[in-house]
Design a protein around this ligand. Structure first.
Ligand SMILES: *[C@@H]1O[C@H](CO)[C@@H](O)[C@H](O)[C@H]1NC(C)=O
Ligand SMILES: *[C@@H]1O[C@H](CO)[C@@H](O)[C@H](O)[C@H]1NC(C)=O
Ligand SMILES: *[C@@H]1O[C@H](CO)[C@@H](O)[C@H](O)[C@H]1NC(C)=O
Ligand SMILES: *[C@@H]1O[C@H](CO)[C@@H](O)[C@H](O)[C@H]1NC(C)=O
Ligand SMILES: *[C@@H]1O[C@H](CO)[C@@H](O)[C@H](O)[C@H]1NC(C)=O
Ligand SMILES: *[C@@H]1O[C@H](CO)[C@@H](O)[C@H](O)[C@H]1NC(C)=O
Ligand SMILES: *[C@@H]1O[C@H](CO)[C@@H](O)[C@H](O)[C@H]1NC(C)=O
Ligand SMILES: *[C@@H]1O[C@H](CO)[C@@H](O)[C@H](O)[C@H]1NC(C)=O
Ligand SMILES: *[C@@H]1O[C@H](CO)[C@@H](O)[C@H](O)[C@H]1NC(C)=O
Ligand SMILES: *[C@@H]1O[C@H](CO)[C@@H](O)[C@H](O)[C@H]1NC(C)=O
Ligand SMILES: *[C@@H]1O[C@H](CO)[C@@H](O)[C@H](O)[C@H]1NC(C)=O
Length: 750
């Protein structure tokens, strides 16, 4: 969750170490014998066996997995992620971070035969189970970016400086006595399933600088212990664990703390006084999300840059914030703050990332600081026009004002003078009038104006927004033809035109458009007409796009470099079941909804090429002909609705073999013959097959010999009851974060 500056610093140190090491190695190498194959056969075999201990998911075979690129008959010292000592040929470094290795690291793993390893990095994999004791065999290890066996008394471990087990699935507890790790500076086990308490001996390690144990299942009590000399600890991340009870006063012994995350510490009825934290005079970053806070107006932090106080039951705008002139990043989302955003707020000179969504702010949106890069003001009660002043925020990268009461016309200023703007989300307000041509920033990646009252045509200049990935205009009154130009944009992934007054053909008379990165194509509830050529969906599948995705739930605007943040994922609501497509899973799936239009002709055979399709809705059109056989190729399909068309012929029997399909609907067509056998089909409600004069067999009551009349009345009632499967492309955003601060902001979605 926290790729922070500290992590970068750590990387830098590591990198410099590696560089020095690599330089000295290559020097030696040149002096020795440059072409010599250094790999020792028994070490190569151990590596090879290690590689074979893990199951690699086929979806990721191509990209990240370093071990997949290893070739047995080559010098193992040249294998990706492997470095050898040039003199002895022994493997001294193994860096297999982010390599999609799945499964337990067993105590008899061949890894432990590589006894000369000095540096081991297995972070960002999917290791599960308990850390094996055998890690103690690695006597020379000094940089461990994976797990040591903390259960062992490991004398040599005293040389360990870095421990990084980040983002795996390890379980277990920490040993009660960690004093032996006497040189430890950085301890990162964020994002695993460790439990138990955190030993006070950890904090007595004099060299300790950073501890990140966030996103685990640690519980209390937390004891800081007796620290002899002043603690050097700068970073302590304990958020998203199962700590409960009062925040221990002994934390104040950690006088050097710069970054502290105690989010979602369950203090019960205890109201925590924020002033306790103002005593840490070096504090730059603080996350107390989820903790019920008492905030006095006289409070002052001397150094604070990042303050994350989401879901802290705050009911008034914290006055003290207006004097925090060093503040860069502020998240006070999901509280009950009422009233105007105070003017002093607009004068904070350094403020860049501001998240105030999910409060009760009202009135016009007053000044925002000139330095604002990201402003998330969604889910409040702001009203009036969207202020022109926002157009003067030249630093602005992302603006989200969804779910407010803004009215008036669409702001006319976000045109190409502000090419910095990448995300503009104005969903669910009361904006009206035409969608002005000059409203489009050419740098846009994500534009969401759904659920307003915009009319007129889509701005033609959208086709020049080369980076556009997400476009949602659903629920307006846009009267236009299909935007072929937009579909041709190289990065477009989500196109939602639902519930407008679009009309005309969706297939181009000359050019077929490819849509290689498609994830969601929703043109439902318009007046599109015409035939879809049989090759319509060819080219919608060219790339199985795996987009860079940060963790959606804890999407974090992070330090250093350009990173993207998506927040609020697409939510599928299916009969009360909420299915959130998050993370990498989400990126692989495709959804097509062309329902409620006037499309006719055959359903294109090419639909069967979209292997990743999970939802297909073609209902309420005038499709004719047979159900294409190729549908049976869609093995990931979860929902299929072909109802209310004029389809004839049989339902392809192999459809009964689709295992994930949980909803299907063939009703109101002219289908005939037996309903295919298969548990998924047989468990459908009979209304899914109703009003097809020739269909027979379970779940219909007509057996495939003699027929009875379907029970129409019942069906109608059902129609009212059944909740439609509707999905909301709530919001999706990319936020380039460029600041070097620490934790800047979590954006938590509901
Ligand atoms: C390691 O131990 C597991 C069971 O714990 C066993 O199935 C496996 O064959 C062993 N592997 C080797 C290389 O001995
Ligand atoms: C913890 O371990 C250290 C070194 O291994 C040892 O000196 C010390 O006595 C131990 N402390 C306790 C409380 O067991
Ligand atoms: C801390 O020090 C005090 C006094 O020096 C001592 O009584 C106490 O037992 C110590 N606590 C620990 C956990 O070592
Ligand atoms: C912000 O910028 C505007 C001009 O774009 C300027 O008039 C104003 O003084 C600036 N505000 C601050 C606080 O610097
Ligand atoms: C629209 O915004 C209002 C608040 O202004 C909110 O109550 C409502 O749930 C939102 N609707 C949708 C569909 O998000
Ligand atoms: C798109 O950009 C090109 C080149 O800058 C320009 O000639 C063209 O008019 C633009 N198209 C629209 C619709 O704005
Ligand atoms: C859409 O615009 C056309 C003219 O461009 C007009 O003839 C038609 O009536 C409009 N449709 C609706 C539903 O407003
Ligand atoms: C469906 O799968 C079969 C066999 O896997 C293949 O021959 C056929 O071309 C596929 N059809 C489409 C439309 O992809
Ligand atoms: C199927 O439809 C009937 C009649 O409308 C209804 O009573 C029943 O609950 C439905 N069954 C399921 C599983 O949805
Ligand atoms: C199937 O579609 C028909 C018509 O669109 C609808 O009345 C019926 O409720 C649907 N059945 C299910 C199970 O969704
Ligand atoms: C398909 O779309 C129609 C009309 O938009 C909707 O009523 C129906 O519930 C959808 N079917 C499914 C399975 O979601």
């Amino acid at each position: 969750m926290i790729h922070s500056c500290s992590e970068e610093r750590k990387m830098l140190i590591l990198w410099s170490l590696c560089l020095i090491f690599a330089l000295s190695n290559s020097l030696l190498l040149v002096i020795a014998s440059p072409s010599q194959h250094l790999c020792l056969p028994h070490q190569r075999d151990a590596l090879w066996e290690f590689k074979n201990e893990f199951y690699v998911h086929s979806d990721v075979l191509s990209s990240d997995n370093k071990t997949e690129k290893w070739r047995y008959n080559t010098d193992c010292c040249s294998w990706d992620g492997v470095s050898c000592d040039p003199k002895t040929g022994k493997i001294v470094e193994l860096g297999l971070e982010d390599s999609s290795l799945n499964g337990p690291l067993r105590s008899n793993s061949s890894l432990f035969r590589l006894q000369h390893l000095q540096s081991l990095d297995l972070s960002y994999n999917n290791f599960s189970g308990i850390l094996p004791d055998s890690i103690g065999n690695l006597k020379y290890l000094s940089v461990l970016r994976e797990g040591p066996n903390l259960q062992l008394v490991l004398p040599k471990l005293s040389s360990l400086i870095f421990i990084n087990l980040r983002s795996n699935q390890f379980k277990g507890t920490l040993p009660s006595n960690m004093s032996s790790l006497s040189k430890l500076e950085s301890f990162d086990m964020n994002g695993n399933s460790f439990s138990g308490s955190i030993p006070s001996s950890l904090f007595t390690i004099p060299s300790l600088l950073e501890v990140d144990l966030g996103r685990n299942q640690f519980s209390g009590p937390l004891e800081i212990g007796n620290i002899s000399s002043p603690s050097k600890l700068q970073t302590l991340f304990l958020g998203d664990n199962h700590f409960n009870g009062p925040i221990p006063g002994s934390l104040s012994k950690l006088v050097g703390l710069k970054y502290l995350d105690l989010s979602f510490w369950n203090t019960g009825r205890d109201i925590v006084d924020l002033s306790f934290f103002s005593h840490f005079i070096s504090l730059r970053g603080l996350d107390l999300s989820g903790i019920h806070l008492n905030i006095s107006s006289t409070l002052h932090f001397s150094m604070i840059e990042s303050l994350i106080l989401s879901s802290c039951s705050i009911s008034e705008f914290p006055k003290f914030l207006e004097t925090q002139t060093k503040l860069r990043n502020l998240d006070i989302s999901v509280n009950q703050i009422e009233g105007h955003l105070p003017e002093g707020f607009g004068r904070l000179p350094k403020l860049q990332f501001v998240i105030i969504s999910g409060n009760l702010f009202s009135g016009e949106l007053t000044m925002l600081p000139n330095s604002t890069r990201l402003f998330v003001g969604s889910d409040n009660r702001f009203s009036g026009e969207i202020p022109k002043r926002l157009c003067e925020l030249f630093e602005l990268r992302a603006l989200d004002l969804s779910n407010n009461n803004f009215s008036g016309s669409f702001p006319r200023c976000f045109d190409n003078f502000n090419t910095n703007l990448k995300v503009l989300h104005l969903q669910n307000n009361s904006l009206s009038g035409v969608f002005p041509e000059e409203s489009i920033s050419l740098g846009l990646r994500s534009l969401d104006v759904g659920h307003n009252q915009l009319s007129g045509e889509l701005p033609k200049s959208l086709i020049n927004c080369t980076y556009l990935e997400f476009l949602n205009v659903e629920g307006n009154r846009i009267n236009d033809t299909f935007p072929f130009g937009v579909s041709l944009l190289p990065h477009i992934q989500v196109l939602v035109l639902r519930s407008n007054e679009f009309h005309g053909p969706v297939s181009h008379p000359r050019d077929s458009f490819s849509f290689p990165n498609l994830r969601i194509f929703d043109i439902s509830d318009n007046r599109f007409s015409g035939v879809l050529p049989s090759d319509y969906f060819v080219g919608w599948n060219a790339v199985s796009s795996v987009v860079e995705v940060e963790d959606y739930r804890y999407g974090i605007v992070v330090a250093g470099g350009i990173r993207r943040l998506y927040y609020s994922s697409v939510v599928l609501t299916n009969k009360g079941l909420k299915m959130e497509l998050v993370g990498s899973v989400f990126t692989m799936y495709k959804i097509i909804d062309v329902s409620r239009n006037r499309l006719e002709g055959d359903i294109p055979e090419s639909i069967g090429s979209l292997k990743e399709l999970i939802v297909l809705n073609m209902s309420y059109n005038a499709f004719t002909g047979r159900i294409p056989q190729s549908l049976t190729n869609l093995t990931n399909l979860q929902s299929l609705d072909l109802s209310q068309n004029r389809l004839s012929g049989e339902i392809p029997p192999q459809l009964g073999k689709l295992t994930f399909i949980s909803r299907m609907n063939f009703s109101y067509n002219m289908l005939e013959g037996p309903i295919p056998q298969g548990t998924q089909i047989q468990s459908q409600n009979s209304s899914s097959f109703a009003e097809n004069p020739g269909l027979c067999g379970a779940p219909l009551e007509d057996t495939c010999g003699g027929r009875e009349e379907p029970e129409q009345e019942q069906d109608e009632k059902k129609e009212e009851k059944e909740q439609v499967l509707s999905w909301t492309a709530a919001a999706i955003a990319y936020v380039p974060g460029v600041v070097c601060g620490l934790t800047i902001a979590y954006i938590r979605t509901s």
